[in-house]
Ligand binder design. Structure first.
Ligand code: HDE
Length: 722
């Protein structure tokens, strides 16, 4: 029997203005609810199960294989409205991709406040700990087009739409807490410089080219952010192991009208960690969808990505107590000065049904705020408030993009805005203006109030001249870059030096390389400048060019070394096996991993099952070539004499282990597999372990995995080919 299933016309009609509103406050935010339940609450989710194939006008189609022709071999007829409708629609299936952040992936979930934060803000979604607010979060790279690789060196967008009862709140942030420029008017210049060069449209998805380094070496305000993008933060291990930041200073306003300045933060439950550069480059080719796939699969397997949402709070009267300006988006507030106050958590637990309708059509805007939240005068934020709505008009084809299902607010949205392209709402009544005396005066304004009031802007007092100038308080471009560099661990510093050397090595014009080293890096850190200069064959600068930096201390909160989760939950282990493998060792490891919440994949020389030493057949998940070591966090080579002999003579298997070694991953050589140390000329270390199937061996293996990488191995691993 057919379940629900509306006809296409009924779907269109039902989709006006009901949307997610019925979703809020229901338990559909928890996974486990059937799709049927979601379908009935969100009638725009169309399910064709047991439905006839029809035209867009609802006519049943009897033959979808052939065009209407004059005889079997004759010309086609213009009369064929079925073929014309189908081809016309197809011809227009693409919309412009986002000008930046085109490559993205997204998921549904919910936000839940830990407690009532009424003292800080009157925003409704931060009041009731029993309430779950639906969210849709989209993560993206910035530079590359829609089809570009996930693991390129780039900033990641971190945009969250909260469907609150008081309207949509969009927190459109990044995975880094600062930005390249201080004023919105420079954004087109910056983006033109970082995008592929105009003559040959290269490179795709990367900043290692002349125009980018030309611009940033001429614009010292970019120094801090460029340092972040040369750090491991620009090659995150997964989207769920990234921090997120609102970047700009915002305001939170409570019911008494008291305002506090805040910086928004997302802290991931799975810890913060990154890929290695070699791994990232290989993944960009071997699995272009690496991050997208991880997000999707972690939700499907129930390892729900989760972040703690928090704020750094600065009292209104403390606005000028820092040695930088709170309005300057190239500065962060060190967490050691102002700790992050946790407010609630976000859990992503449902994948989209349709990439285009949801991930592609979602339209974020920093200007989408709700009562209890307000902007600061950050000149970058102020420009963004204009840009996002403007861009949707060409990207989504008109000013009615808020009616696209994924963009519809939970709250009702009646007003006098009418017509325009793609209007789907059928507004009743005759008055599309306010005030009116025809429709009873509706819809009417709501005066501001403690709760449920109309939006009221914080009445900040301003008195100034109209000027086209940069504030003097924005002038120090290097202190925080130095703070960031000096807060890195040794291996993080090495990665930064290597990244600058790689990128600048691709720059063709020597004067751009020199300017970056002498006028930017030398002002950040002379050792950094000297090492990069050496790698580029340039003389090392002996002094910076800019005096007057703030006293720099350390900020341990900036180093990823201090941000691991400490567990191996959701980590992936490759088990290498061939015929004759010790089946008991595999079973014991799988069981132990399950207890820890980690996952195992059995890989064989081919996709054919392997036979254990005691004659059992084990299905493999993939061949070692099909799922390379870069797709895993750790490797377990199972014992068994015959199996280990076969693997020792198999170039793909040996490369698999060597590559994992080079990428500083935990490797356990079980039983006879310890022979691989000799075969590969490696020696055991704190993460290259030799052992049996006992809990002691597993414990050591898991402890090494929880460290994410065996950093002590890094200098040695450099000599290993892979
Ligand atoms: Fe954006 N940015 N941006 N941006 N941005 C866009 O909006 C813009 C900036 C960010 O997943 C565009 O819908 C200007 C900072 C994210 O759909 C566009 C300026 C931050 C996303 C736009 C900035 C961001 C965008 C392109 C300087 C971090 C993807 C398509 C004043 C706080 C959202 C679109 C998604 C997307 C403009 C700077 C984050 C053109 C003018 C700073 C996460 O409107």
């Amino acid at each position: 029997m057919a379940t629900k299933k509306t006809t296409p016309t009924a779907t269109t009609r039902a989709s006006s203005n009901v949307s997610h509103s019925q979703l809020a406050g229901t338990d559909t935010l928890d996974r486990g609810n059937t799709n049927a339940k979601l379908d009935s609450l969100e009638p725009f989710r169309s399910d064709a199960t047991e439905q006839a194939l029809r035209t867009n006008q609802g006519v049943k189609i009897s033959n979808n294989q052939n065009t209407l022709k004059v005889g079997d071999r004759g010309p086609s007829l213009l009369e064929d409205f079925i073929m014309r409708e189908k081809i016309t629609h197809f011809d227009h299936e693409r919309i412009p991709e986002r000008i930046v952040h085109a490559r993205g992936t997204a998921a549904h979930g919910y936000f839940q406040t830990y407690e009532n934060h009424a003292a800080l803000t009157k925003a409704g979604f931060l009041q009731d700990p029993g309430k779950k607010t639906p969210v849709f979060a989209r993560f993206s790279t910035v530079q590359g087009p829609r089809g570009s690789g996930d693991t390129v060196r780039d900033v990641r967008g971190f945009a969250v739409k909260f469907y609150t009862d008081e309207g949509n709140f969009d927190l459109v942030g990044n995975n880094m807490p600062v930005f390249f420029i201080q004023d919105a008017i420079k954004f087109p210049d910056f983006v033109h410089a970082v995008k592929p060069e105009p003559h040959n449209e290269m490179p795709t998805g990367g900043s290692a080219h002349d125009t980018f380094w030309d611009f940033v070496s001429l614009v010292p305000e970019s120094a801090h952010m460029v340092l972040w993008t040369m750090s491991d933060r620009a090659i995150p291990k997964s989207l769920r192991t990234m921090q997120g930041f609102g970047i700009h200073t915002f305001r939170l306003i409570n019911a008494d009208g008291k305002s506090s300045f805040v910086k928004f933060h997302w802290k991931p439950k799975f810890g913060v960690c990154s890929l290695l550069w070699d791994e990232a480059q290989k993944l960009a080719g071997k699995d272009t969808d690496f991050h997208r796939r991880d997000l999707w699969e972690s939700i499907e397997t129930g390892d729900y990505p989760e972040w703690e949402f928090g704020v750094q709070i600065v009292a209104e009267e403390d606005e000028h107590t820092f040695d930088f300006d709170l309005l300057d988006p190239t500065k962060l507030i060190p967490e050691e000065l102002v700790p992050v106050t946790p407010l609630g958590k976000m859990v992503l637990n449902r994948n989209p049904d349709n990439f285009f309708a949801e991930t592609e059509q979602v339209a974020f805007c920093p200007g989408h705020i709700v009562p209890g939240i307000d902007f600061s005068n950050d000149p970058l934020l102020q420009g963004r408030l204009f840009s996002y709505t403007d861009t949707q008009i060409s990207r989504l084809g008109g000013p009615n993009f808020h009616e696209i299902p994924i963009n519809r607010p939970v709250a009702p949205n009646h007003n006098g805005q009418r017509d325009a392209q793609h209007r789907t709402t059928l507004d009743k009544g005759r008055a599309s203006y306010e005030p009116n005396s025809i429709d009873g005066g509706w819809p009417k304004e709501t005066p501001p109030g403690a709760q449920d009031g109309g939006f009221e802007t914080y009445p900040e007092r301003l008195e100034a001249h109209k000027v086209r100038r940069r504030s003097e308080s924005f002038a120090d471009h290097f202190s925080q870059a130095t703070l960031f560099f000096q807060s890195m661990s040794d291996h993080e510093k090495e990665h930064i030096i290597a990244a600058y050397s790689f990128e600048l090595g691709k720059v063709e014009r020597t004067w751009i390389r020199e300017r970056q080293v002498n006028e930017i890096l030398a002002n950040i850190d002379l050792k950094l400048a000297a090492r990069v200069a050496q790698n580029l064959g340039l003389p090392a600068p002996t002094a910076g060019t800019v005096p007057g930096k703030a006293a720099v201390t350390q900020s341990p909160a900036l180093s990823q070394v201090n941000l691991l989760s400490g567990t191996i939950v959701s980590r992936k282990v490759a088990i290498l096996a061939a015929n004759g493998v010790d089946g008991a060792a595999i079973a014991a490891l799988k069981k132990a991993l399950e207890v820890e919440g980690a996952h195992a994949r059995l890989l064989g020389p081919t996709s054919a099952p392997v036979t254990t030493a005691d004659g059992k057949h084990l299905a493999v998940d993939a061949s070692m070539e099909g799922m390379p070591s870069i797709a895993f966090d750790a490797v377990f080579v199972a014992g068994g004499d015959e199996s280990v002999k076969a693997l020792s003579a198999n170039g793909v298997a040996l490369h698999f282990v060597l590559e994992a070694y080079k990428h500083l991953k935990a490797i356990a050589l079980n039983g006879e597999a310890k022979q691989l140390l000799d075969v590969l000329h490696l020696s055991a270390d704190e993460g290259l372990l030799v052992g049996g199937n006992d809990s002691k061996a597993f414990k050591a293996f898991f402890a090494a995995m929880a460290q994410h990488r065996v950093w002590a191995r890094e200098p040695k691993a450099k000599a290993v080919p892979a």
